[in-house]
Every structure is written in structure tokens, then in C-alpha cells.
Design a binder for this molecule. Structure first.
Ligand code: SAH
Length: 252
């Protein structure tokens, strides 16, 4: 059995209890050394074999999984944040399917939620934005044309942009060309939930400059939208006059 596990955004205690228990039981761990906090590995058994996938190809990763499966060992494949977001897990799962090797999936706290915690805010405040667009800029990895940042920008919704801190200038231009006002608030959240976490409040127009001044080119999210104004907004859910399945509203 192979367990794909989300390690969380950085702080080691932001892994799930299930994820931690799987680490404790693992005989083999393959972890994404570029982003997973190594402190998480302290829970592993003394004789656990540990591999850093940032130095491995897909074929090498699968070969390790196949070997440990033949030896009936417990393998954890540890991914940063939640594996479903830019985790490159599907190609591993497809390879395991072909080999007839079973796997399970333990979710994790994505860095986008680590960033919301860092910002101490809500991505979806009432009457400001009720949608979150999760995307990335096109770099060396292509993005389907229909999903360009420029096209998504027309919605003016909350946008969380992964893998793009080094492309801030292009992101900024695409956001403006697509329809955000250039003064729309933006934040660059670097290493959310790590000890060296940094939040830079800026605007869509000044994104590139802010990234440059602070020397940020990776391990950061660009987050955009009017929700950052923290404008007072109230949800209907906790409004005294609003009736729902668990509470009867009282008209004033
Ligand atoms: N599966 C991960 C994302 C992997 S892609 C998740 O759910 O978070 C890697 C990108 O995630 C980085 O380029 C960066 O944009 C973002 N990222 C990962 N950890 C981060 C953190 N602690 N703070 C800010 N951004 C982070």
C-alpha cells in the first residue's frame, strides 16, 4: 500500500493526525524536499528509508514504490500542502494503476489556506467575492489558453496564484489587462506558516516591484482581490433575521 499524504503548508503541526500516524508507521518515505518541512520527518521510525523526490525522476520514484511494495513495506509519498493542487500526483497514480499497486490518499492543508491564516482573513466575504480562482501563470509549464489569468481577471473575484512569484510582472499586466483596477489590493504571502513567513501588502499594479524589493521569487502565493480591503461585510448566516436549517430568524 502506498499512502499519498499532504504535509501541509510548512508548520509541522499543520499535517493531519492521520498523516502524522502514517509517517510514524512508514518504512519508506518519499518526500518533496524542495517544500516539505523536514521536521515532519522527525516522527518517522529510526530505520525508515527516506528519499528526497526533488532529486528524482518519476521513473525513479515509481521504482522505489515498486520495490518497497514487493518487500511488503509501508510507503508514504509526502507532498507539500494538499496533493491535489499542483502536486503531480496523477502521473504517479496512473503508473501505480498500471502496475496494479494500491494506494490511498490523505489530504493536507494547502498553502492557500496557510496563507489565509497568515492574512487572518476570509477569501469569500459576503458581497465582496463569493468565488476563489486558483490558478498559475504560464511559465515553463504551459497553461491551457482558455484558462489565462487575463480571462479569469474579468471576474474581479478573489484570485490565488500559485507558482508565479518569479513572474510577477507578467501576472500584474495580465490582471490589469483582464479587468482588475490597477489599485486592487494584492498580497504576496511568502512561506506561509513557516518561521520566516512574510506578508507583503501591495496592489495589482505594484506586484512586481514589491516582489523585487523583498527579493521574493519562489515559495510564495500572489493573492488578489477586494477581500483584502477588509471592508465590513456581514454574512446572512449569522444575521438575526435570517432563518436556516439550524436557527429560526427573528424579524426586527
Ligand atoms: N500542493 C501545494 C502546492 C504545490 S505547488 C499546496 O497545496 O500548497 C508549489 C507552490 O505552492 C509554490 O510555488 C508556491 O506558490 C506555493 N506554496 C507552497 N508552500 C507555500 C507556503 N508555505 N507559502 C506560500 N506559498 C507556498
Amino acid at each position: 500500500m502506498i499512502d499519498f499524504v499532504g504535509a501541509g503548508p510548512g508548520a509541522p503541526d499543520l499535517i493531519t493526525v492521520r498523516g502524522m500516524n502514517l509517517i510514524k508507521e512508514a518504512d519508506v518515505i518519499i518526500y518533496a524536499g524542495s517544500l516539505v518541512n523536514k521536521e515532519i520527518l522527525n516522527w518517522s521510525k529510526k530505520d525508515c528509508k527516506i528519499y528526497d523526490s526533488s532529486k528524482m525522476t518519476l521513473e525513479e520514484t515509481i521504482a522505489v514504490m515498486e520495490k518497497s511494495e514487493m518487500e511488503k513495506l509501508k510507503t508514504v509519498r509526502l507532498h507539500t500542502g494538499d496533493p491535489s493542487i499542483y502536486g503531480a500526483v496523477l502521473e504517479q497514480m496512473n503508473a501505480l494503476d498500471e502496475l496494479g499497486i494500491e494506494y490511498r490518499y490523505c489530504p493536507g492543508v494547502s498553502s492557500m489556506f496557510g496563507a489565509a491564516a497568515a492574512l487572518k482573513t476570509e477569501f469569500t466575504p459576503a458581497e465582496v467575492s463569493q468565488s476563489v480562482i486558483i490558478t498559475r501563470a504560464e511559465g515553463r509549464t504551459p497553461v491551457p489558453q482558455k484558462e489565462s489569468i487575463r480571462s479569469f481577471a474579468a471576474h474581479n473575484a478573489t484570485m490565488v496564484i500559485f507558482l508565479s512569484a518569479g513572474l510577477a510582472e507578467k501576472v500584474s499586466q495580465d490582471l490589469i489587462d483582464g479587468g482588475y483596477d490597477e489599485n486592487t489590493p494584492a498580497a504576496i504571502v511568502y512561506k506561509a506558516t513557516w518561521p520566516d513567513e512574510k506578508i507583503i501588502y501591495t496592489t495589482v499594479k505594484n506586484l512586481a516591484e514589491s516582489a523585487k524589493i523583498n527579493g521574493i521569487t519562489k515559495t510564495a502565493l500572489i493573492i488578489v482581490g477586494d477581500f483584502l480591503k477588509r471592508k465590513p461585510a456581514r454574512s446572512k448566516l449569522y444575521d438575526p433575521a435570517f432563518t436556516h436549517g439550524f436557527r429560526r430568524g427573528v424579524e426586527k
